[in-house]
Design a protein around this ligand. Structure first.
Ligand code: ATP
Length: 338
């Protein structure tokens, strides 16, 4: 069987969760290709995860390499950088073997459609305020395309909103209810081959400067006139209170079920729900990612949950390669490359 896998290569852009994806692919017996921006290939060489490196000036030049990748029977695995540099249309047009369902991505790209999907799944979402004058509780103002929460700010009423918006005026944004609670990012995997959902792991984020503000006294925070920012710098692993697991499993299943009503084939492979849990243990879901998330990077070896299930190293990256391998063995590649 290993020999049959070697007919295919697994390729991904050299960024985000590529180390994990490529390592996992090698562990499952595939050849691996890292597509790197010029001068940014060192991690992929240093850690020995790529059998081959293809260099591009910018990731967005990927379409220029399509023929070369097709010749190598490469299956591209998308991640956050990939969906960040390629538009929905470009991804749908990309003439490459692609892991997952590229049609589902538009439901992630568009915030309005994302809410529709999550509501269809019966999940609880933070309220959206149509205009600043409607604000009647703490809110977070989120700018579109602000990768990793840069520039987001909090307000408790319209006056504060206008005051803080200041020179940011003109950038598209949404005003969302701010939920006070514990942020937990859930990493799932849905296998169309065995029809099951799996919990892979959990993380919370390590963001600058919000995660360091608590290290200085409240008086100093005020004196310094700090502005909070949520720029992501890393991820912190978590285990959740065990009694929350049944609800977490049901939430994931509901999201997959709803996805099938949105697009034929629905969601395939890894996805993540970004949640805040209130003191009453109510889950508010504020975002979905319909692909692997970087919070899984901590678990290249295993998470407590994948250890329970597999008893040997199984990262989300490796789980993707395992799914492709299972699909090849069952002659069902068309169910995972959509
Ligand atoms: P990404 O696309 O990388 O996930 P983003 O730019 O969409 O990032 P968010 O993840 O939506 O940003 O939010 C950034 C930060 O703000 C996170 O720490 C998150 O926990 C917090 N946050 C977002 N929405 C809410 C909310 N409604 N209530 C409380 N905290 C929130």
């Amino acid at each position: 069987m290993e020999e049959q896998n070697l007919n295919y290569a697994i390729a991904t852009l050299g960024s985000h969760s590529a180390l994990q994806i490529l390592k996992g692919a090698k562990d499952e017996g595939f050849k691996t290709i890292a597509i790197c921006e010029k001068g940014r290939d060192r991690p992929y060489r240093m850690f020995g995860v790529a059998d081959e490196i293809i260099t591009v000036n910018r990731f967005s030049d990927l379409p220029e390499k399509v023929n070369e990748l097709r010749d190598k029977k490469a299956i591209i695995v998308p991640h956050g950088t990939f969906t960040g540099v390629m538009s929905q249309e470009e991804i749908e047009k990309l003439n490459l073997l692609y892991f997952g369902n590229r049609k589902i991505l538009k439901w992630e790209y568009n915030r309005q459609m994302q809410r529709e999907w999550l509501k269809k799944a019966g999940l609880i979402l933070p309220k959206i305020f149509a205009q600043p004058e409607d604000i009647d509780s703490p809110v977070i103002i989120k700018f579109f395309g602000a990768k990793g929460g840069k520039g987001f700010f909090l307000a408790k009423n319209a006056d504060e909103f206008h005051e803080k918006m200041g020179k940011k005026q003109g950038n598209p944004y949404i005003i969302q209810e701010y939920i006070i609670g514990a942020p937990i990012y859930i990493h799932y995997f849905y296998s169309p081959i065995n029809g099951e959902i799996e919990i892979m792991s959990f993380d919370k984020r390590y963001e600058s400067n919000v995660d360091s503000i608590g290290r200085i006294a409240a008086k100093d925070q005020l004196d310094l006139g700090l502005e909070t920012s949520y720029n992501i710098t890393g991820n912190v692993p978590l285990v959740v209170r065990e009694s929350l697991l049944p609800e977490i499993i049901e939430m994931g299943e509901a999201v997959v079920k709803a996805s099938r009503k949105l697009e034929k084939h629905g969601l395939i492979g890894p996805f993540s729900l970004e949640t805040i849990i209130t003191p009453e243990l109510k889950f508010f879901v504020f975002e979905i990612s319909a692909r692997i998330v970087a919070g899984t990077n901590f678990f290249i070896n295993c998470s407590p949950y994948s250890d329970l299930k597999y008893g040997h190293p199984m990262s989300t990256g490796r789980r993707i390669a395992r799914e492709i391998k299972l699909a090849i063995q069952n002659n069902q590649l068309d169910r995972v490359l959509v």
